[in-house]
Design a protein around this ligand. Structure first.
Ligand code: NAD
Length: 357
């Protein structure tokens, strides 16, 4: 028997179950081709957890994700749960899970598929060849900072980073840059925020240990503009939680659809692999979601969690072949499509392509 990997599966809400089912099909096709075994164990999170247990992050999910090798996650949230108190909402469950797992480094590649060059809202010559890795700090910053308060008359949050938190995310970014084009752009708002001033100083200190890597700094407003103006200037972007959240969504549009972009949340023993998009309640249950972001997240899991590099490449190559053959889900259907397919058809076509390759 080959190696056995244990995967925690969190389908979540909205389109979550649809896209995860396809990622599992692809993982199974890859496992039988490359001779390893996958065991899946399902856990609840978000709205579906609220409906089943009354809380968005059940204790069983917290203990369960610690006994697997990696977690594959769809998405959570939806209008049904929007009016609950903040700590009971699906999103609190996800933030809590990331914190519990200690996955402080969120890697969000934004790569433009040549086959989808016309899907971007930007001109082909601007986006062709874009290959950016956004390294977003995920368990600190303003989403977690205390104190925080809401009342009818005043509300506030706190943006806080310790030196230690900045050092560990900075090292992740520089290590990744060493395996790429050796350029790191640190993004913050040091002209206005003290927390960003510390961020910039610490990045400068880390850079001294990586003499081959070129470090540049951009204020977040300028970075947003540069991403749209000249995205090819970027190799690795390292930034805090909220800025990374916003910039990686912007970067996703360079590629044509948010339904294409994967992510890996790492930094701890067990990583979390998930598409960057949400639960898309507007299209949930219609079978039209694009599963590629989740399938590509599964490929990141094979690569980063299990070191199955050949299998990961096989998935990415199959995605490219299928796009080159003109298969498109609706979100990218207007661009060089030969056939518009459903979420499950896209999954099966990619799985077949892997098996036949
Ligand atoms: P969203 O990413 O769910 O959707 C934004 C738009 O992109 C929608 O028009 C949607 O139809 C489209 N879209 C997203 N994924 C797609 C896919 N795979 N294929 C085709 N189209 C896709 O963001 P939103 O509408 O702001 O949020 C919806 C819910 O998701 C909210 O409850 C929000 O809190 C939650 N959310 C969850 C996560 C997560 O689970 N990681 C992330 C972001 C938002």
């Amino acid at each position: 028997m080959g190696k056995v990997y244990k995967i925690g599966v969190i389908k979540g809400d909205g389109i979550g179950p649809e896209i995860i089912d396809e990622a599992i099909n692809i993982l199974d096709a890859t496992a039988s081709k490359f001779g390893f075994d996958l065991n899946y164990e399902e856990f609840l999170l978000g709205g579906s957890a609220i409906d089943a247990t009354g809380v968005p992050l059940p204790a069983e999910t917290i203990s369960g994700v610690k006994r697997v090798d990696a977690v594959l996650f769809g998405a959570i949230g939806g209008p049904k749960w929007d009016n609950l108190d903040r700590h009971l909402r699906p999103e609190s469950g996800l933030l809590g899970l990331r914190k519990e797992m200690g996955t402080f480094a969120n890697l969000r590649p934004a790569t433009v598929y040549d086959e989808l060059i016309n899907a971007s809202t930007l001109k082909p010559n601007i986006v062709q060849g874009v290959d950016i890795m956004v390294v977003r700090e995920l368990t600190g910053g303003i989403y977690f900072g205390e104190p925080r308060e809401y009342s009818k008359d005043v509300a506030y949050n706190t943006m806080v980073y310790t030196r230690e938190e900045i050092v560990r995310i900075g090292k992740v970014a520089f290590d990744i840059a060493m395996k790429r084009d050796k350029r790191v752009c640190s993004v913050e708002k040091a002209n206005v925020l003290e927390v960003s001033q510390l961020w910039r100083e610490v990045m400068e200190e880390i850079a001294e240990d990586y003499p081959e890597v070129e470090l540049t700094h951009l204020y977040v407003d300028n970075a947003a503009m540069q991403l749209i103006k000249e995205p090819k200037q970027f190799d690795v972007i390292v930034t805090g939680n909220i800025f990374g959240d916003i910039l990686s969504d912007a970067a996703s549009m360079l590629t044509g659809s948010i339904g294409l972009l994967p992510s890996a949340s790492t930094g701890s023993k067990v990583g979390l692999y998930e598409p960057i998009h949400g639960s898309a309640p507007d299209i949930a249950g219609q079978g039209i979601a694009n599963p590629i972001a989740t399938i590509s997240s599964a490929a990141m899991m094979l690569k980063y969690a299990f070191g199955e590099l050949e299998a990961a490449d096989a998935i990415e190559n199959a995605i490219k072949r299928v796009l080159a053959d003109g298969y498109r889900t609706g979100d990218i259907g207007a661009f060089d499509a030969k056939e518009i397919v459903s979420c499950s058809e896209m999954g099966s076509i990619i799985a077949n392509s892997i098996s036949k390759s």
